[in-house]
Design a binder for this molecule. Structure first.
Ligand SMILES: C[S@@+](CC[C@H](N)C(=O)[O-])C[C@H]1O[C@@H](n2cnc3c(N)ncnc32)[C@H](O)[C@@H]1O
Length: 370
């Protein structure tokens, strides 16, 4: 027994997933990879990648050998990355054990796959509500065996007898993890879960670029697009996303909330086409070629804002939305998205209104000159 006077040292124990993240880096190095980064948390508790030395533009930030990549197959089937991840989570002695142990726990993982159903109406967009409900329905049908004739991989094929006790919540969690972490693209059109790569947080416009499957070195590399100082966070750009896209796909607000005026949500943008199946619209502002076009767009935006104000009026008469246990942060994000949406619409309506006034004044001035 320690004497009563012995100093008591506060031991700050690392979270299990952070210990696993250190082991993940060690595994990549043992497997022949290189890492000029470590995994750490920032002051806000967000985990990310940090440079362990100065890295010049054009140099590798890390390289992950192909043997450490989890290939989730081709891009036809929504559930493949989820099932690939679940397979490793339920495989004793999986070679990806360091990878799956380093995943954020359910309470820190959010996107449209595991959004509580009671929050779905808060998206205030039939497009996003349909998306989230479609994903939920696919997961439910995968769990119930209804997709057995059409799914590329069935649940018992992926996880064996663990399928007997699988819950929808576990499927949603795995779906949320996998869909917010996999990468696809040239030269291989495959959904790849790449350890270490998926520890980098989003920064819009981040210049670092992926190079993979090249010869003579086919490994998966992140190459610095600008100099990175030792200790600096290493970002990755998940795409040029509006805030609604960032929230539903990554559980973050990362587009318009950082710009002044805030950027229109994707679903409010003039180029948004719900049928196109793309989640990216270019952040180009509407530039009317004629006065008629300007008025038409102004009318569209005013009608959109009026619909939202009507929803606000109705919501004010009801009790405030209640957080689901464990999803308190998610509710805050969704309510913040509503505010950003209205601010962005107001700003755009103001801009188009001012364009009209400026055009009128220009005409008046030109007529005076004549
Ligand atoms: C590919 S993972 C990045 C690593 C992740 N932070 C982790 O600890 O495993 C994507 C997730 O990281 C978080 N994330 C990414 N970019 C972020 C940012 N700019 N700010 C806050 N969280 C971010 C979100 O939870 C997102 O779903």
């Amino acid at each position: 027994e320690a004497p009563a006077s012995a100093p008591v040292r506060a031991v700050q124990s690392k979270r299990q997933e952070d210990v696993a993240a250190d082991e993940l880096v060690a595994w990549i190095l043992e497997s022949g990879g290189k890492a000029n980064v470590e995994v750490r948390r920032n002051a806000a508790g967000v985990r990310g990648l940090y440079a362990t030395r100065r890295i010049e533009a054009g140099q590798d930030i890390y390289s992950v050998p192909l043997s450490c990549i989890l290939n989730a197959g081709d891009m036809q089937d929504f559930s493949l990355p989820t099932l690939a991840l679940l397979r490793e989570m339920h495989t004793p002695c999986s070679r990806f054990s360091a990878y799956v142990r380093a995943m954020p726990p359910p309470e820190h993982q959010l996107n449209g796959c595991n959004l509580p159903l009671s929050y779905v109406p808060l998206l205030q967009s039939s497009y996003w509500e349909d998306q989230v409900l479609t994903w939920r329905s696919l997961l439910t049908r995968l769990l119930g065996g209804e997709l057995n004739d059409s799914a590329a991989v069935l649940l018992p094929e992926a996880v064996g007898r663990a399928a007997d006790n699988m819950t929808l919540l576990e499927l949603q969690y795995a779906c949320s993890l996998a869909s917010s972490r996999y990468i696809t693209g040239e030269p291989r059109q495959r959904m790849l879960l790449v350890p270490l790569f998926d520890m980098a947080n989003h920064r819009p416009g981040c210049p670092h670029a992926v190079r993979s499957f090249e010869r003579p070195d086919p490994s998966f590399r992140l190459v610095a697009g600008e100099r990175i100082r030792k200790g600096e966070e290493v970002c990755y750009s998940y795409g040029d996303m509006a805030d609604d896209v960032a929230l539903v796909h990554y559980g973050i607000l990362a587009g318009g909330s950082h710009t002044h005026p805030p950027r229109l949500l994707m679903v409010d943008h003039h180029l948004f086409d719900p049928e196109a199946g793309s989640n990216l619209v270019p952040p180009v502002p509407f530039e009317p070629a004629t006065e008629k076009e300007r008025r038409r767009e102004l009318k569209r935006l005013r009608a959109r804002l009026a619909d939202l104000r009507e929803l606000d009026r109705r919501a004010a008469a009801l009790p405030a939305p209640q957080p689901e246990p464990g999803y308190e942060r998610a509710l805050k994000l969704m309510l913040r998205l509503q505010v950003i949406r209205r601010e962005a619409l107001e700003a755009e309506i103001g801009r188009l209104g001012a364009l009209g006034k400026a055009a009128k004044m220009g005409k008046g001035g030109a007529q005076e000159e004549l």
